[in-house]
Each structure stands twice: as structure tokens, then as C-alpha cells.
Design a protein around this ligand. Structure first.
Ligand code: NAP
Length: 318
């Protein structure tokens, strides 16, 4: 992938896209194809949560599972092929003066744009268990692909009952000797096909209905206290590590006084990605929606770029 660090940025673009995940890259590709000047600003590395997913097996057209970082590379190259520019940059503020919006970056650089596409995605939620903060990075992880290898022949707890918990749990069985899914209800939210696969995996164990009350250990995790959500009984459960997959919080902190959000902090925009602020569009996991997938993020990106093009070439010209 082209190195996108420390490269020049223009003073202005037609469209600035915040976030280089599937929504941002797709928006960049569509905007560039519509002959708009466009920059995708990514805070860390492109791909977002897609890049750190081990395998993606439900993106249409990819009949075989594809590695998250491989599909990321394809998304980035596809956007660049049509002229989208991708740069590293962390937006800390947007100053909206109507026709022009100014994106302020952490390092002080300022970039003007006519339309802004927010595709900043989301970050993993935490359980709030006692000692959780102390053990994050020391036995508690939110990324099986990144940290699974540290738990070879060890026992891990995976918290959550959705697709992520069960899929990442199965991935962890490649390393761990035992993976216990701890879920607060007896029914799982995960798709039936994923539940079935998880239940057929001999290394997978299930503790329901339980929540994690406390993480135990000194320098490393040695276990968890689990509370039964029906009886309130608390038990000690031995484990060497904890992976948390209990959903996501939107990366919208800097927009709270600027754009209308849901109570959960996701941007309110319907399928057309249009927000309450003229010229600002929300695409991907940052937008309140029913299904957060790579395919729906990519779809949002395409729609947002089209809406931005209409806004610039029709609304702003009147
Ligand atoms: P999710 O579907 O929102 O599931 C979160 C799980 O965590 C739920 O089971 C929820 O329990 C539980 N939970 C939430 N807060 C909790 C808390 N404070 N303490 C304990 N448990 C808590 O999240 P996800 O699994 O990360 O998936 C996010 C989106 O990505 C979904 O749309 C999913 O379909 C998609 N995804 C798809 C795939 C795939 O298709 N292969 C893979 C990964 C993710 P309740 O059920 O009781 O609410």
C-alpha cells in the first residue's frame, strides 16, 4: 500500500472524507469518479475495523474468505485509481461557515471543503467490570486477530453474544485450549449459521446468562467473577485472558455540538446519508442503521459521495 504518511495536503478540496474504512474508501472512489477533488483523512491506518478482522466471508463477489488487510488494500487502491487522495490526519474540529467548511487537524493544518463526509466508524464498548481499565492491554483485548497469538494453549473468556463474539471466539480456538463465551442472556444475537458453527466447535464453551462483574489477577489476568443475571449468584471462573465483543460506540465526540445524534451517539441520517447540517453526510458504522457490515458501509460511502456531488453541483450553485 502506498505510504500515506507526511504527504502534502492541498488547502482545499471539493470533498473531505473523515475516515479510511470501507465507507470512506468507497466514498472517495465514487467522489473521484464524479470528477470532484477529494481527500480521505485517516487517523491511524486505512481499513478501520475491516482491517483488523481476520476473515471476511460475506462481501459479495469474494466467494472465498478474504483477509481483512487484503480487502483493505483493494479498497484503498480502488479509491486511489480514480484520483482520490488518502492522507494521515486526525480531525479535531470542524468550523462551518456555510459554503466552506474548515477541517482542523490535530497538528494544526487546516483544510477547506465544500462537502464533508463523516465516515469515522466506531470503537468497541467496554463492560465496565471492576478492574477492567487496569487490565486493558494486559490480558483484556478487543481484537482477536491482534492478540490471539498471546494465548496459545491458554484459557480465554469471550464476552458477548453477537456475530463478533462467536466468530472471534472461534478464531481464538486456533490458539487457546478453551474459549468460553460469556453472554448475559440465554439466547444469542448472532446469526443462526454462526451459532451452529460455534456450538459444533469442541473448544468452545458457553456460560449464560452471565455478566463479568470483576477481573481478577495481579499483573496478569487469572480469572473473572461472573454474575448470573437471573439468580444474581456470583461465581469465580478461571481464565488467562478476556476478549470483549459487546458492540460499538460511534466515533463522534467532536461532532456532538455540530450534528444531530441518537442517544447512543450515532449520527442521525437516513439511507441517503444526509445529516441535519447542509453539506455534511454520514456514512458507514457512524450512522445509526440496522446492519453494520462492510457491504452496508461501502454502500453508504457510494450514496454519500453521490449526495455530496449533488449538493456541490446543484444546491451550492443556486
Ligand atoms: P452486536 O450485534 O451489537 O452484539 C453485541 C452483543 O454484546 C450482544 O449479544 C449484547 O447482548 C452484548 N452486550 C451488549 N452490551 C453488553 C454489556 N454491557 N455487557 C454484556 N454484554 C453486552 O455487536 P457485534 O457482534 O460486534 O456486531 C456488530 C455488527 O456487525 C452487527 O450488525 C453484526 O451483524 C455485524 N457483524 C457481522 C459479522 C458477520 O456477518 N460475519 C461479523 C461480525 C459483526 P444482547 O444480545 O443481550 O443485547
Amino acid at each position: 500500500m502506498e505510504n500515506f504518511f507526511n504527504k502534502d495536503l492541498n488547502e482545499s478540496y471539493d470533498v473531505v472524507i473523515l475516515g479510511g474504512g470501507p465507507a470512506g474508501c468507497s466514498a472517495g472512489m465514487y467522489a473521484a469518479r464524479d470528477a470532484l477533488s477529494v481527500v480521505i483523512l485517516e487517523k491511524n491506518f486505512p481499513g478501520g475495523n475491516m482491517a483488523i478482522t481476520e476473515h471476511i466471508e460475506n462481501y459479495p463477489g469474494f466467494t472465498e474468505p478474504v483477509l481483512g488487510h487484503e480487502i483493505t488494500e483493494k479498497f484503498v487502491k480502488h479509491a486511489q485509481k480514480f484520483g482520490a487522495v488518502i492522507r494521515q490526519g486526525n480531525c479535531v474540529e470542524v468550523i462551518d461557515e456555510g459554503v466552506w467548511k474548515t477541517v482542523i487537524l490535530e497538528d494544526g493544518r487546516k483544510i477547506k471543503c465544500k462537502a464533508l463526509i463523516i465516515a469515522t466508524g466506531s470503537k468497541p464498548k467496554k463492560t465496565g467490570a471492576k478492574n477492567e481499565e487496569h487490565f486493558i492491554g494486559r490480558g483484556i483485548s478487543f481484537c482477536a486477530t491482534c492478540d490471539g497469538g498471546f494465548f496459545r494453549n491458554k484459557e480465554v473468556v469471550v464476552v458477548g453474544g453477537g456475530d463478533s463474539a462467536l466468530e472471534e471466539g472461534m478464531y481464538l480456538t486456533k490458539f487457546a485450549s478453551k474459549v468460553t463465551i460469556v453472554h448475559r442472556r440465554n439466547e444469542f444475537r448472532a446469526a443462526k449459521i454462526i451459532q451452529q458453527r460455534a456450538k459444533e466447535n469442541e473448544k468452545m464453551h458457553f456460560m449464560t446468562p452471565y455478566t463479568v462483574e470483576e477481573v481478577m489477577g495481579e499483573n496478569t489476568v487469572t480469572g473473572v467473577k461472573l454474575r448470573n443475571t437471573q439468580t444474581n449468584e456470583v461465581i469465580d471462573y478461571k481464565c488467562d485472558g478476556i476478549f470483549e465483543f459487546i458492540g460499538w460506540d460511534a466515533n463522534t465526540d467532536i461532532f456532538t455540538d455540530y450534528i444531530e445524534m441518537t442517544n447512543g451517539g450515532f449520527i442521525k441520517a437516513s439511507e441517503d446519508t444526509v445529516t441535519n447540517v447542509p453539506g455534511v453526510f454520514a456514512a458507514g458504522d457512524v450512522r445509526k442503521k440496522g446492519l453494520m457490515q462492510v457491504v452496508t458501509a461501502a454502500s453508504d460511502g457510494a450514496v454519500a459521495a453521490k449526495m455530496a456531488e449533488k449538493y456541490i453541483n446543484e444546491e451550492l450553485k443556486h
